[in-house]
Design a protein around this ligand. Structure first.
Ligand code: 2NL
Length: 368
C-alpha cells in the first residue's frame, strides 16, 4: 500500500488501510481493555507498549502513511466523488486518532499509578537506626574530671608517651638508684628513653615552656612493668594536677582535692589526707574520700573501712621546680595524681580492671 499504486481505487486503498490499522491495533485495544488487571502489568511492559503505540501512530498517521497518501489522492478523484472520498479519509483519520488517543490515555494512567506505587514509602514503618558507638567508660570518667578542673580554671595538657630519663625521673627528683628506674619497673625503649611511668612529664614540659604561675591537669596513658592482675595493668590511665603560684600552700591542695571529690561523688563527700612519701613532693600525703556507696558506715566497696584510697599528693619539691626552670624562692605549688581506671572500677563496681582493656563489646556496651 504505497502512494505509487495510483491506479487502484482510492476507496479500496482507504479500506485496506483501515483493515491494516484495525489488525495492528487489536492487541493495543486488548491491552487497554485489561485495564482492570493492568495493575499487575509491570512498568517495563507498559512502557514498551507506550513506545510501540507511538510507532503505530507514525505508521498510520505519519508523512509516509497510507493515510497521507490517501489525502494526496483527494484532489485527483473525479469531482463528483471528491466530497464523499474526502469524508471517508477524514473519518478514517479520526478513527485512528481517537483509538490511539484512548489507548495512550489508558497506558498513561496505568504508568502514573504504577510509578506512584513503586515510589511509595511507608512513613509509619520504624526507621532503621544506625548502630552508634559510645565513649569508653574511661573516657567518660576522664571527661568528667576534665570538666570539673576546667571549671576551676585549670588547663588540660597533653604530651608524648615516650620520654627521656630527664622528664621521667631526673626532673622529678627521683634518685639514680631509685627502684622505679630499674628495667623491672619501667619499659625502656632505646637507651635514655622510656614509656612514661606518670604524666608528671607533661607538667615539667609545661613549667618549662609556660613558666609560673600555672594551673593544669595532665590526663593520659602511663606504663609500668607490672604483671597484670585484677588490680594492675601494665598500661593504665592517670591524671595529675599541678598548681604553681606565689604563696600556694597545703590548704590550697586540700581545698582543691576536696572540691574535686565533692563535685565527682556528691556534696556530702569527706576527704582525708595521710602523711606519705614521694621524691617529687615535700611534704607528701595520700588522700582518701568517704565511701560514695555507704557514706562511711562500711560496705563491700570500701572493704568495711568507710574510706576509699584514691591518690597521692603534696607540695612540689623545690628541686622539681628548679629543674623545670621555676624559682622555688618565688613560687610554690601543690601536685596530685590519681588513677582513672581505678576510679572507673570503683564507680562501676568492676572486680577486674583488665576488663577495661580487653575491648570486648559485650562488656563495653553495658556503659552506653
Ligand atoms: C599517685 C601519686 C602523685 C604527683 C603525683 C607531681 C607532679 C609534679 C611535681 C610534683 Cl610536676 N608532683 N605529681 C605528686 C604526688 C603524687 O601521684 O599515687 N599517683 C597515682
Amino acid at each position: 500500500m504505497t502512494d505509487g499504486q495510483k491506479n487502484e481505487d482510492p476507496k479500496l486503498q482507504v479500506e485496506a488501510a483501515r483493515k491494516a490499522f484495525e489488525q495492528e491495533f487489536e492487541r493495543f485495544a486488548n491491552f487497554a481493555d485489561n485495564s482492570g488487571s493492568l495493575s499487575n502489568v509491570d512498568l517495563a511492559r507498559a512502557e514498551a507498549e507506550q513506545r510501540a503505540l507511538a510507532e503505530l501512530r507514525t505508521r498510520h498517521l505519519g508523512k509516509k502513511s497510507a493515510l497521507a497518501a490517501s489525502k494526496k489522492m483527494i484532489g485527483r478523484v473525479p469531482a463528483e466523488e471528491r466530497a464523499a472520498f474526502g469524508q471517508l479519509v477524514q473519518q478514517h483519520e479520526a478513527e485512528i486518532t481517537e483509538n490511539i488517543e484512548q489507548v495512550d490515555a489508558a497506558i498513561k494512567r496505568h504508568l502514573e499509578s504504577a510509578r506512584t506505587t513503586r515510589e511509595a514509602l511507608d512513613v509509619t514503618l520504624p526507621g532503621r537506626r544506625p548502630r552508634r558507638g559510645h565513649r569508653h567508660p574511661i573516657t567518660v570518667v576522664r571527661e568528667r574530671i576534665e570538666d570539673i578542673f576546667v571549671s576551676l580554671g585549670y588547663a588540660i595538657e597533653d604530651g608524648r608517651e615516650i620520654e627521656t630519663d630527664f622528664y621521667n625521673f631526673d626532673a622529678l627528683n627521683i634518685p639514680d638508684n631509685h627502684p622505679a628506674r630499674a628495667p623491672q619497673d619501667t619499659f625502656y625503649t632505646t637507651e635514655g628513653f622510656a614509656l612514661r611511668s606518670q604524666t608528671s612529664t607533661v607538667q615539667i614540659h609545661a613549667m618549662q615552656s609556660r613558666g609560673a604561675p600555672l594551673r593544669m591537669i595532665a590526663p593520659g596513658r602511663v606504663f609500668r612493668r607490672d604483671t597484670p592482675d585484677p588490680t594492675h595493668n601494665p598500661m593504665f590511665f592517670q591524671v595529675e594536677g599541678l598548681c604553681v603560684d606565689r604563696g600556694i600552700n597545703m590548704a590550697h591542695l586540700k581545698g582543691t582535692v576536696g572540691e574535686f571529690l565533692r563535685r565527682m561523688f556528691g556534696e556530702q563527700t569527706v576527704t582525708r589526707f595521710r602523711p606519705s612519701y614521694f621524691p617529687f613532693t615535700e611534704p607528701s600525703a595520700e588522700f582518701d574520700f568517704s565511701c560514695f556507696k555507704c557514706g562511711g558506715t562500711g560496705c563491700r566497696i570500701c572493704k568495711n573501712s568507710g574510706w576509699i584510697e584514691l591518690g597521692g599528693s603534696g607540695m612540689v619539691h623545690p628541686n622539681v621546680l628548679r629543674s623545670a626552670g621555676v624559682d622555688p624562692e618565688e613560687f610554690s605549688g601543690f601536685a596530685f595524681g590519681l588513677g582513672i581506671d581505678r576510679m572507673v572500677a570503683l564507680m562501676y563496681g568492676l572486680d577486674d580492671i583488665r576488663l577495661l582493656f580487653e575491648n570486648d563489646v559485650r562488656f563495653l556496651e553495658q556503659f552506653d
